[in-house]
Design a protein around this ligand. Structure first.
Ligand code: TRP
Length: 333
């Protein structure tokens, strides 16, 4: 039997280049060897977007379109909407009883996210979302969770809670491994450490070539460089990080780097070559997306059929969980 993957994303917007090299690229490959469950975590998105139902609705479909356009295959893999499988909520609730508060307080990803949200608007649901994520992963008994680097503390928590459950009630859940993508953290177009929709420093997989051109032409480069004849820095320069990530002509990239550090090439030329590379990379993705955009009922089917299949697996796991925990009270059981 194939090993299983569960991974996912919150539906809060379209997917971008950072998602691609940080995670999606792995997912596409792993479909060959794993039974893959790809989750659209709408419950999780509600934790800090409860008043944005309309946006979530749009984003759920955008995520499906982005997935299809990069080559995630609903015939081989299972696309699941979290709230269509309410067992996610049931398992999250039960696992929350096995999770000490301190475990949440120690989670560094949650900690930095909480610092962004004021205490008055921090919901209980957001505070405890890592537990719900643990349930997402354990429900289909995933063996592997390919994710972006920021998600690693949640996978670590998953392992701890799986151990706690198994020790207490008997073996039910495998302890899943994590896998981070080729570029753990793609910088933003503004030079910040991370490409992020909330900062607005992103290039979307669905951006047209004109938008890509504009975004790259105004990208942050080496601030210490005033003239093209000044020696430039390649490290920490997002233009070169993107060349490394998306320009398949490695010889061109090496040549540009060499001339850049010697002050023999201007930023404009480096950016123009990057525009070509990124547009080459995105063109087939855009074409595929355009095809699926004309077929909304296909998107409906993906999430309905996928979620129905996900639910079957979830119900099997929940039977086992209830039995092991002893949640049966009839006189003859
Ligand atoms: N937290 C992930 C994100 O922000 C989304 C997610 C929800 C997830 N459940 C998951 C990722 C389970 C991996 C496994 O994108």
């Amino acid at each position: 039997m194939k090993k299983r993957i569960l991974t996912g994303i919150r539906p809060t917007g379209k997917l971008h280049l950072g998602h691609y090299v940080g995670a999606l690229e792995n997912w596409i490959q792993l479909q060959e060897t794993y039974d893959c469950f790809f989750l659209i975590a709408d419950y999780q998105a509600l934790g800090d977007h409860i008043d944005e139902m309309e946006n979530i609705k749009i984003a759920v479909r955008d995520v499906v379109l982005d997935w299809l356009s990069v080559g995630l295959d609903p015939n081989r893999s299972t696309f699941i909407v979290q709230s269509y499988v309410p067992e996610h909520a049931e398992l999250a609730m039960l696992l929350s009883m096995l999770t000490p508060l301190g475990m949440l307080d120690r989670n560094p990803t949650l900690k930095s996210e909480r610092e962004r949200i004021s205490n008055t608007s921090l919901s209980v649901g957001f505070y405890t979302y890592p537990v719900s994520q643990v349930a997402d992963i354990l429900l289909p008994k995933a063996n592997l969770v390919p994710v972006g680097e920021d998600q690693l503390p949640h996978i670590e928590m998953t392992r701890e809670i799986a151990r706690r459950f198994n020790n207490r009630y008997g073996e039910v859940f495998p302890e899943p491994d994590s896998l981070v993508g080729r570029v753990a953290r793609l910088m933003g177009t503004d030079g910040q450490a991370k490409m992020s929709k909330s900062i607005g420093n992103v290039i979307y997989l669905s951006d047209d070539s004109e938008t890509v051109t504009k975004k790259i032409m105004s990208m942050y480069t080496d601030p210490t460089r005033i003239r093209a004849t000044d020696p430039g820095h390649v490290d920490g320069n997002p233009v070169f990080q993107y060349h490394d990530a998306f320009n398949s002509d490695t010889q061109e990239v090496e040549d540009l780097k060499e001339r850049y550090t010697k002050g023999q090439v201007g930023d404009v030329e480096v950016k123009q070559k990057l525009i070509l590379a990124v547009n080459d990379f995105l063109e087939p993705i855009r074409e595929t997306r355009a095809q699926y955009e004309t077929n909304p009922s296909f998107v409906d089917e993906c999430i309905e059929n996928g979620s129905a299949k996900g639910r079957e697996t979830a119900q099997q796991t929940m039977l086992e969980v209830r039995e092991k925990m002893g949640l049966y009270y009839a006189s003859k059981s």
